[in-house]
Design a protein around this ligand. Structure first.
Ligand code: NAP
Length: 518
């Protein structure tokens, strides 16, 4: 049976009505400037700092439960001009934990007068509230609960739907579960401001949304109570878009670290009896980081190349990419940012290299060796040039990557139009890849052709990292050939190989250039 949502002021604190009135800083009428409102309104604060009594017409709100969330909620509601009554199984014990202006009483008494009641108890205790169903009939119940990951997987129905099944005469609204007790108490400035709200009763949803607004948060209409499961899953997520890119970066780091360890530490130890384990914390990490950064950067541009090749092969852009390619394309931003992170760490580690004690000993030993061999002036022109170019390319590549990272911030990205964004991310990104390739090539120089560099028959690490980026640069070059570029441009403007769409490129070359690129 559908719940009847109370509308009279006595039973339900309908927010826009007199209780949330003008001038007094009461809720709902001050929507545009909530961020300016202090968490605790001045007129509500006692001289001793506790919350003062709410004024006579303040809308009355009930809270079932007296835990952490209930306490923060009560404080926030009082600060937003509501009158609060808390229902506890043991009000004597818990009353002291609440502001003096909140009424703390038994559950039965607490639910009689308010029209909106927050259920701040865990799901497993919902059934213990069934004895209150007569008093709760026709009222709005706000479900604030969050399941654990196991509970979320175990239960088919959301906590809010379960609550609605226990109290069919109530209007159940899901809200506030994404806001922590701390954020509630500290105010919206210190945390996420969005509060997803959903319910099967539009009137109840509106009432709770207005309360959300009045408390300084932003209600986000999530539709019916069927969305509650999705809303309850929100706080369980841990950086979902970063999981795969972070695992990828970690996997690459482990592989390259093991490879560099084998070449730079294990090989000298096994074959020459030299102890170079001191290289592990700085040197090996510093040779690993640029490999990860470079490969990650190439993995940002590889899916675009694969997508273009697939479109060329299929002769249409209207067939979906395989799921793995779709996901890969969607994660390019995160992969690029991780590449920038590794490159920045590589730069920092490189600055620290001369600070190492081992480096100082090496320098002194070299100087002594020079003196003993009577060589007074050591200068290898080729090495000097190699190093100058190598460093310059590295700095330029890092600078370009920094630009890409900055423009991927939403506030900056939003200020760019599509053409500017695409230029930075696509063209400058490719420039960063080319600069990184030059940085790697000048680092390697002729080492790939020196037999002594093949430790344990393993090629130098930089040769491995060059494979994918060089393939991408080659493929990009191929796509610039007229036979491919014209066909690709036509496909991206809607032409199909076997389709009915007859198509000719506009003769105007500027118009043809405006075709979007993957
Ligand atoms: P809590 O500190 O453990 O409080 C739970 C309260 O439930 C108790 O203080 C108790 O109050 C009441 N309760 C009613 N019936 C009960 C029963 N049969 N057995 C045990 N307790 C009973 O938990 P909380 O952190 O406030 O969380 C409360 C709800 O808010 C949960 O559903 C949680 O998922 C949700 N939530 C919490 C946060 C947060 O940051 N803490 C954030 C978002 C959502 P009385 O003893 O006075 O009856």
């Amino acid at each position: 049976m559908a719940a009847e949502v109370p509308s009279d002021q006595g039973a339900c604190p309908t927010i826009p009505a007199q209780g949330c009135g003008k001038g007094k800083g009461t809720p709902a009428t001050r929507m545009p400037s909530e961020m300016d409102k202090p968490l605790i309104s001045d007129h509500l604060v006692d001289s001793d700092g506790s919350l003062a009594e709410p004024h006579m017409g303040a809308p009355r709100v009930g809270i079932l439960g007296s835990g952490d969330f209930a306490r923060s909620l009560a404080t926030r509601l009082l600060g937003s001009g509501f009158s609060v009554v808390v229902g506890s199984r043991n009000p004597k014990r818990t009353a002291g934990l609440f502001p003096s202006s909140a009424q703390v009483t038994f559950q039965e008494e607490a639910v009689t007068s308010p029209g909106v009641i927050f259920v701040a108890v865990f799901r497993e205790h919902y059934s213990s509230l069934c004895g209150l169903s007569d008093q709760l009939a026709g009222k709005i119940l706000v479900d604030v609960s969050n399941p654990t990951e196991q509970e979320h997987l175990r239960h088919q129905e959301s906590n809010a739907e379960y609550l609605a099944s226990l109290f069919p005469t109530c209007a159940v609204v899901k809200a506030f579960n994404v806001i922590s007790a701390w954020t509630l108490q500290a105010g919206p400035r210190d945390g996420n401001r969005q509060v997803p709200v959903c319910s099967d009763q539009p009137e109840a949803k509106r009432t709770v949304s207005e309360m959300v607004h009045a408390m300084g948060f932003m209600p986000l209409d999530m539709g019916s109570l069927a969305s509650a499961r999705e809303v309850e899953a929100m706080p369980l997520r841990l950086l979902p878009a970063w999981k795969v890119p972070a695992l990828l970066a970690l996997g690459l780091f482990v592989c390259f670290f093991a490879y560099n360890f084998t070449r730079d530490v294990l090989q000298p130890y096994v074959q020459e009896g030299k102890n170079k384990f001191y290289k592990l914390p700085v040197s090996v990490v510093n040779t690993t980081l640029p490999c990860v950064a470079y490969v990650l950067l190439s993995l940002v541009y590889l899916p675009g190349v694969l997508a273009a090749a697939l479109q060329l092969r299929r002769g249409t852009k209207y067939r979906r990419f395989p799921d793995w390619l779709d996901h890969w394309l969607q994660h390019r931003k995160q992969i690029g940012l991780l590449s920038f992170f590794c490159a920045a760490l590589h730069a920092l580690y490189s600055f620290c290299l001369p600070l190492r004690r081992s480096h100082r000993y090496d320098l002194i030993n070299l100087a002594v060796k020079q003196m003993l061999t009577n060589k007074s002036h050591l200068w290898v022109e080729e090495e000097v040039w190699r190093m100058e170019i190598y460093l310059s390319m590295g700095v330029l590549a890092l600078g370009t990557l920094s630009l890409l990272a900055v423009t991927s911030l939403p506030s900056i990205a939003n200020s760019l139009n599509w053409k500017e964004f695409s230029f930075v991310q696509s063209t400058l990104g490719f420039v960063a890849l080319v600069l990184s390739t030059l940085h790697t090539l000048t680092y390697g120089w002729t080492r790939a052709f020196e037999e002594s560099r093949y430790k344990f028959y393993l090629p130098p690490t930089f040769t491995l990292t060059l494979l994918v980026p060089c393939a991408i640069i080659l493929a990009k070059g191929l796509f610039l050939l007229p036979c491919f570029s014209r066909r690709l441009t036509k496909i991206r403007r809607g032409w199909e190989k076997d389709g009915a769409v007859k198509f000719t490129l506009p003769t105007d070359s500027i118009l043809a250039e405006k075709t979007s690129h993957v």
